[in-house]
Design a protein around this ligand. Structure first.
Ligand code: AMP
Length: 418
């Protein structure tokens, strides 16, 4: 199957050829003809599957005819984070380089007035974060002519509490328009939203529910909690990892870990929810450009990051929600390339990892690194209270007992996330 056979037109074909896209990915094969046929779609596709081109190419093709003297917004792409919005913008700009379409980026932290000026000069497509596009609509942005509305990473958007914004935006669109909803997971919240905004959608499920990407080698190293940073630095150094994305569960441990790694002489950046957007973007750019070797990130802040050829992802701590493991390791092994996901597992997490294994339907092989064997005298019950209390102190000022919500599943904790 070729892009041409899917109905992709010449100016787009030559643009993607330059990018080295030879064969369409699964999501592209399924989504492109449906989008061209003006169908609503509901697709579960993880980042790394090529979904941006899956909606971007046919969207550009459908909207290619524009009135240069009177451009109106006919395409809106909503993204949960600024970083992902920028990536979509970059991709669409490259795909559409041979078309006469104007694409705009409407994300927070940038000056709203210059964005308004850009809008008033005329745009065909906007890529926006929910809060910022609402601000623009309040200042008169007209969405009455929108033909295609895309919600990317819809599950994350809902997790981040953007349902209000989506519900406010929806009535501003014309009654007849095409909606494309992409989500990494098929959660109940997403299903509920889909009922509200989609019209007889075609369903596309490109990967087994919540399965991890096949080309990723997964391994977990058992290690004591207090030796994790040391092991991480050792792995990076001894295996010569030149570009590695490291996940922590909390903002506090992201900062702390970055400090430790810097002490070990490793150049490293941090991305989490307390960092300004400018500093998140700077950290990402420096990492992409190879100026830093390690990027430490929390789950929310890292979602949707597209870092090409990322060979290694390390889970320094397990995520609070098992689904986030899938998102994390999805940063590697992108578009058919091999990747490696390493998890550092302390005695506490040995139990939590089971939830992840159930979710992904496979066991993650466990091993130890010589010299970092866990101390057999440490038992889980000794670790629990100490670790929870210290994490709690770092992350919140609320009293420990109130904040620690017991669930039926003992090893799940509720703390403030990145
Ligand atoms: P996405 O899932 O849209 O974030 O895409 C993941 C990565 O795959 C990006 O770096 C794309 O540039 C790349 N990509 C998308 N489609 C293809 C394709 N058909 N062939 C090769 N690479 C692709």
């Amino acid at each position: 199957m070729s892009f041409e056979k899917l109905g992709v037109m010449k100016p787009l074909l030559s643009a993607i050829k330059e990018l080295g896209y030879e064969h369409p990915t699964t999501i592209q094969k399924r989504a492109i003809p449906l989008v061209l046929a003006k169908k609503d779609i509901f697709a579960t596709a993880q980042t790394g599957t090529g979904k941006t081109a899956g909606f971007g190419l046919p969207m550009l093709q459908r909207l290619r005819h524009t009135d240069e003297n009177n451009r109106v917004i006919r395409g809106v792409i909503l993204s949960p984070t600024r970083e992902l919005a920028i990536q979509i913008y970059d991709d669409l700009t490259k795909y559409g380089k041979n078309l006469n379409l104007k694409i705009g980026l409407l994300v927070g932290a940038k000056d709203i007035d210059s964005q308004r000026k850009m809008i008033s000069k005329g745009l065909d497509i906007v890529i926006a974060t929910p809060g910022r596009i609402i601000e623009h609509t309040e200042k008169g942005l007209n969405l009455k002519y929108v033909e295609i509305f895309v919600l990317d990473e819809a599950d994350r958007m809902l997790d981040m509490g953007f349902v209000k914004e989506i519900k406010r935006l929806h009535p501003l669109l014309p009654r007849k328009h095409q909606t494309l909803l992409f989500s990494a997971t098929f959660s109940d919240k997403v299903r509920k939203l889909s009922k509200l905004i989609l019209n007889k959608p075609a369903f596309i499920e490109t990967s087994k529910k919540n399965s991890t990407v096949d080309t990723i080698n997964q391994i977990a190293y058992m290690v004591d909690t207090n030796r994790k940073a040391e092991l991480l630095a050792y792995l990076i150094g001894s295996r010569n990892f030149n570009q590695v994305l490291v996940f922590t569960r909390t903002k506090a441990s992201a900062d702390e870990l970055a400090k430790e790694l810097k002490k070990d002489g490793l150049k490293c950046g941090v991305i989490h929810g307390d960092k300004t957007k400018a500093s998140r973007l700077k950290a990402l750019t420096q990492f992409k450009e190879g100026k830093t070797r390690v990027l430490v990130a929390t789950d929310i802040a890292s979602r949707g990051l597209d870092i090409e050829h990322l060979p290694y992802v390390i889970n320094y701590e397990l995520p609070s929600i098992p689904e986030d493991y899938v998102h994390r390791v999805g940063r590697t092994g992108r578009a058919g390339r091999e990747g490696e996901a390493i998890t550092l597992l302390d005695i506490y997490e040995k139990y939590a990892v089971k939830d992840i294994e159930i979710l992904i339907g496979q066991k993650i092989p466990k091993d130890v690194v010589e010299g970092f064997e866990p101390d057999p005298t440490i038992r889980r019950k000794d670790v629990d209270e100490v670790k929870l209390k210290s994490e709690h102190k770092k992350d919140t000022k609320k009293p420990f007992k109130k904040h620690y919500k017991k669930t039926t599943n003992k090893h799940r904790r509720v703390t403030k996330r990145g």
